[in-house]
Design a protein around this ligand. Sequence first.
Ligand SMILES: C[S@@+](CC[C@H](N)C(=O)[O-])C[C@H]1O[C@@H](n2cnc3c(N)ncnc32)[C@H](O)[C@@H]1O
Length: 241
Amino acid sequence: MSEARTYLPETDTLDNEDVAAAYSRWAPIYDLTFERVMRPGRRAIAAATARLDGTLLDVGVGTGLELPMFAPHLDVTGVDLCESMLARAAQRVARERLSNVTGLVRMDATCMAFPDSSFDCVVAPYVLTVVPEPDALLDELARVVRPGGEIILVNHISGRDDPFSILEKWLDRHVAPKLGWRPQFPWQVVSDWLDQRQDVELLDRRPLAPFGLFTFIRLRRLPQNAVTEAAPELAEESEFA
Ligand SMILES: C[S@@+](CC[C@H](N)C(=O)[O-])C[C@H]1O[C@@H](n2cnc3c(N)ncnc32)[C@H](O)[C@@H]1O
């Protein structure tokens, strides 16, 4: 696991117990509250995976809002920390007869039971900001995807020193455990992690609707024979790096 960062968080804002408890509270009203506003991100992830083949791991699957969006040729497994969220995902799978969803498992995404290189693709829609240790999550996603496979994320990434980021800092300190996520999340968390990982490259980073509130991030674990010094440079070449 990578070393803890000094810029995140300013206080111990989250732990897994808080997060699981928060999502148990959110579960009954989650779809009503977050279905629409976060739909573009789920769609972007599903579109990016449609051209891939094989097995897909959906980390932090929640109530499974993205599950019907995945192409039926993909063999999908979902994991989540929160039983009440997973129960709703299971109902959705049954209701919508999603026969390509072959597993829904309660698991901590920062410490998964899957062997290394288990999946062709790993997605984590809106999860990076909800785990206490985002570096540990990223390490784990890179471990379970096969070399050459993609890791696709959507997340809120904070702006720098604008009035909104001041509000985020305040929210982060005072309400993050109740909310179940960290309102403030700088890009530096991802870029520093990438700098340390010679085996992962940044393929794409772009803002999404509504209002660029969320960011689409596509990474690739390099094929075994291509693990070179080039990966951090590739990340820096990105428009946003
Ligand atoms: C914001 S929701 C996103 C749900 C879904 N992906 C979506 O797009 O609606 C975050 C989800 O991550 C789950 N989660 C939080 N921490 C987790 C962890 N350590 N391991 C697995 N899932 C976790 C929460 O229970 C919640 O269901």
